[in-house]
Design a protein around this ligand. Structure first.
Ligand code: BTN
Length: 327
């Protein structure tokens, strides 16, 4: 009902709507309307009440609230069920517990959103800096009919979707560093952490966690991240709408996910190559305790990185930390 009150206020931004009109249209008492208005105000909506005329929605909060995201969603599944938190340890952990409860609780496309993470996780055991209200920290639950070895392709797919969404909204052209770091001006502004539960030959579910530094000011990054991290707002010199970026990302991802499941990895690989800044480069890859140096020549049919060593031998890596050598 609260969402319906908001919807009506949203469609009457020019003129106040009286408590009586809201109550008539929604079939609830004026007291109930008043309670919903107050609860919306507590969430951060600025609603002016003018005696004798009614309620007017003045400003919406800069939050990733489900009711704010809903009007921008483009797909049919991704983000239609949302588990929203002002603060949480990690959206990936939360998404995994929801997914563990089964398909009825958390069908494919369920999205966990947080305005802030106290224990945001990065790849390879690192932390993800997740300050309040400036970035996007989300985890999407997927239940694909793919083989476990195809899961890596999905993270590459997510990176492509995000690069495209950033480009559509800002005109910027991010580069993807294998497997799925997104860079601008040589610094990282977004990363993807995919976690999977399954058996050796069956995926139960996947959680695709995405962290994006959207409007984070440089001074906010801890000293150790200052020369590696950047935000979209820093590159652009202006803030951008987190809601529109998130909606764009989810919409493109839903399309590409469909493509992956029906046509396989080849079209995704072709798109990934368009955005990538890894292939053709001399690089070092740290995989486990082993470091290997060579030239990145291609990605294989599952998204693994093919590196040609100095001896001409090719090796495929499925995980690891890539450092591009300066030439
Ligand atoms: C990386 O590049 O190392 C991956 C970063 C992934 C961060 C996101 S933020 C939302 C989700 N929840 C987490 O705890 N991590 C991912």
């Amino acid at each position: 009902m609260k969402d319906k009150v908001l919807e009506l206020l949203r469609s009457h931004r020019e003129q106040p709507l009286s408590g009586q009109a809201l109550s008539n249209q929604l079939g609830v008492s004026r007291t109930a309307i008043w309670k919903h208005i107050n609860s919306l105000r507590e969430e951060g909506y600025d609603i002016i009440s003018q005696p004798g005329t009614g309620y007017l929605l003045d400003k919406v909060p800069d939050l990733l609230l489900p009711a704010e995201l809903a009007p921008y969603l483009k797909g049919e599944k991704f983000g239609t069920i949302i588990d929203y938190h002002s603060q949480i340890a990690s959206t990936n952990n939360r998404a995994k517990s929801l997914a563990d409860e089964g398909e009825t609780t958390a069908p494919e496309g369920t999205l966990v959103i947080a305005e802030e993470q106290a224990g945001g996780k990065g790849r390879l055991g690192r932390k993800w800096f997740s300050p309040q209200g400036t970035g996007i920290y989300v985890s999407l639950i997927l239940r694909p009919s793919l083989k476990p070895e195809q899961a890596a392709g999905l993270t590459l797919l997510a990176a492509v979707a995000l690069a495209q969404a950033v480009h559509d909204l800002t005109g910027l052209r991010p580069g993807i560093k294998w497997p799925n770091d997104l860079l601008l001006n040589g610094k990282k502004f977004a990363g993807i952490l995919t976690e999977m539960k399954g058996e050796i030959d069956l995926i139960h579910y996947l959680v695709v966690g995405t962290g994006i530094n959207v409007n984070t000011e440089m001074e906010l990054f801890p000293p150790e991240l200052q020369d590696q991290a950047i935000s979209l707002a820093t590159v652009l010199g202006r803030k951008i709408s987190r809601i529109e970026l998130l909606a764009g990302y989810l919409g493109i991802m839903e399309n590409l996910y469909q493509v992956y499941q029906t046509q396989g990895f080849a079209p995704i690989k072709a798109m990934w190559k368009e955005w990538n800044i890894t292939l053709g480069q001399t690089l070092a890859i740290l995989s486990g305790t082993r470091e290997y140096t060579g030239v990145a020549v291609d990605i294989d049919a599952n998204g693994g990185l093919i590196i040609q060593g100095e001896d001409g031998q090719e090796q495929v890596f499925h995980s690891g930390e890539v450092t591009i050598k300066k030439t």
